[in-house]
Design a protein around this ligand. Structure first.
Ligand code: ADP
Ligand code: MG
Length: 518
């Protein structure tokens, strides 16, 4: 009797935990679902200080949104992993997870055990991954370009996506992602964005008498202040007479001069400093025709070091010729009346820089995010070598195949595989809905065409309704993005379903608490 009561309680507890988790997953999915696809809506995110970001990038929304529910947090982590490995498909992975949970809710109400559902989802996810290979297409230069365009559709970058897509393909083919640095400059047209082989740094010379161009540059990189050590700066002088003050100033100048000379002695003609450079030293550098920039960002310092082979120095006393890097040319160029440092002809020729331009800071930030993703997606497609038709086509193909596959599996898992197959239709359905089309009509016509020969490349025609051939229309995405989104959604849904109880963890004892273990 007592056992039965505990059992009933246990069941009730798991039912509530599941309901709570399902509700959280569904809510999160519905939150980002309206942003899916080229006609997706933007969201405006506002923080307590009224700073705002306008975006339709699923990853940004999830990153910037305060999410407290533990299950929702787990899903956000999946989306983040998706973003980190594939640079795209975050919204899709969250929408799929939410729909898998909604379908699971239905199966649970029909008394199918959660572990059976979880098992069916995993089986279906694995099978889906294998099936995708059947409709994958080998990449070509043209397809890479379409991948970039597809990745940018529906974002602010869209207006100029041809120009940006060209840059994407150019840089992704030229080098690894690690060697690509992106600089932003507002006040200009998106179409004025450009890529150079070399490095662009958003800095300027510290003294107007410094040269604008240094050829055959010997580059020193310093990550500390170029000035007197702190103790020497803090010495106080008793002002008894003017000569003492004069003497003090003179001796300080001598010390600063020694530091400047130390750098010059190494043979450096260009100095990039991460911190500040003393005014007197700046003047001395200018007199000697040295180019110097200060407060250079750590990421830029690292990129310069890698490309020019300069060692980053923290102790100026130890700077020697061997530490210097090389570039054929270091020059200051004006972009929109503001300077930028351009470093070209470096020994490691892999460095590539992209300058993103747009009218305002908001736009330039959003374009940069879109470009970042697009360039990542293009390298994923380039490295992995395969792409799929977009617009929901591959999801419909999988859905159909999995329904057939389900019939070969016996037991309760079969129903879970069928539910999984139905889940995949949420992608074309949401794409249709977000484009103002009737999702059910669209699905019906798509399902029909997918039963015909050559139908598996048909997806949602977001412009005019109905379906079109996605490959012919250049809507393509990397195989990796789709398979990762599906596999991670099935894994996380299975993991959430296996949670049968939510137990609040005791907070860890803090120093000073009664229960702290001294
Ligand atoms: P995610 O964060 O999942 O990448 P997106 O908002 O970028 O979400 O939308 C991606 C979806 O939009 C993909 O399924 C892709 O195939 C589809 N898509 C992109 N461009 C088009 C288009 N021109 N027509 C139809 N579908 C498109
Ligand atoms: Mg996308």
């Amino acid at each position: 009797m007592a056992d039965q009561i505990t059992d009933a309680k246990q069941q009730q507890a798991s039912a509530t935990a599941q309901q709570v988790n399902i509700a959280a997953a569904k809510e999160l999915a519905s939150y980002v679902r309206s942003t899916l696809g080229p006609m997706g809506m933007d969201k405006m995110l506002v923080d307590a200080a009224m700073n705002s970001v306008v975006t339709n990038d699923g990853a940004t929304i999830l990153k910037e949104t305060k999410i407290t529910h533990p299950t929702a947090k787990m899903i956000v982590e999946v989306a983040q992993a998706q973003e980190e490995t594939c640079y795209d498909g975050t919204t899709s992975s969250v929408v799929l997870t939410g729909e898998l949970m909604r379908q699971a809710e239905d199966l649970l109400s029909r008394k199918i055990h959660p572990t059976k559902i979880a098992k069916g989802y995993i089986i279906a996810g694995k099978r889906a991954e294998e099936l995708l290979d059947n409709i994958a297409v080998e990449v070509t230069d043209e397809l890479l370009y379409e991948v970039a365009r597809t990745a940018m559709t529906g974002k602010t970058a869209e207006t100029e996506k041809d120009a940006l897509a060209k840059i994407c393909v150019e840089v992704a083919q030229a080098t690894d992602l690690d060697n690509i640095s992106i600089t932003r400059r507002s006040g200009g047209k998106i179409s004025e964005s450009l890529a150079i082989s070399g490095i662009l740094v958003d800095r300027e010379k510290v003294h107007h008498n410094m040269p604008d161009v240094v050829e055959d540059a010997k580059i020193a990189i310093v990550d500390v202040d170029i000035t007197l050590p702190e103790f020497a700066q803090q010495i106080q002088v008793q002002v008894s007479d003017n000569t003492a003050v004069q003497e003090f100033i003179e001796s300080r100048k001598d010390q600063l001069l020694a530091i400047a000379e130390q750098i010059l002695k190494s043979g450096a003609t260009v100095v990039f400093c991460m911190r500040d450079i003393d005014r007197f030293i700046q003047e001395h550098f200018a007199k000697k025709g040295i180019y110097a920039a200060r407060r250079v960002a750590r990421s830029d310092i690292e990129a310069i070091s890698k490309a020019t082979e300069a060692r980053i120095i923290s102790s100026i006393d130890e700077l020697i010729e061997d530490d210097l890097g090389y570039a054929k040319k270091v020059e200051e160029v004006q972009v929109n009346d503001k300077p930028l440092v351009k470093i070209t002809g470096t020994p490691t020729s892999d460095a590539v820089s992209v300058l993103i331009r747009a009218p305002t800071q908001h736009v330039v930030d959003e374009v940069k995010r879109a470009f970042d993703d697009a360039v990542g997606v293009v390298s994923v497609a380039y490295d992995n070598g395969k792409v799929l038709p977009g617009g929901g086509a591959s999801y419909l193909y999988l859905s159909r195949e999995l329904k057939e596959y389900a019939s070969t599996i016996g037991g309760r898992e079969q129903m879970a595989v069928e539910a999984f197959a139905n889940t995949l239709e949420i992608i074309p359905s949401a794409l249709a809905e977000n484009s103002g089309l009737d999702p059910l009509d669209t699905l019906i016509s798509l399902r029909q065409v997918h039963t015909t020969k050559g139908g598996s490349t048909k997806g949602v025609n977001v412009e005019e309704g109905g379906y079109i051939d996605m490959i012919e229309n250049g809507v393509v995405e990397p195989l990796e993005v789709v398979s990762q989104a599906i596999v991670s959604a099935s894994n996380i849904a299975a993991q959430i379903l296996r949670i049968d109880n939510i137990i609040e963890m005791k907070p860890e004892a803090q120093f000073g608490d009664d229960n702290f273990d001294y």
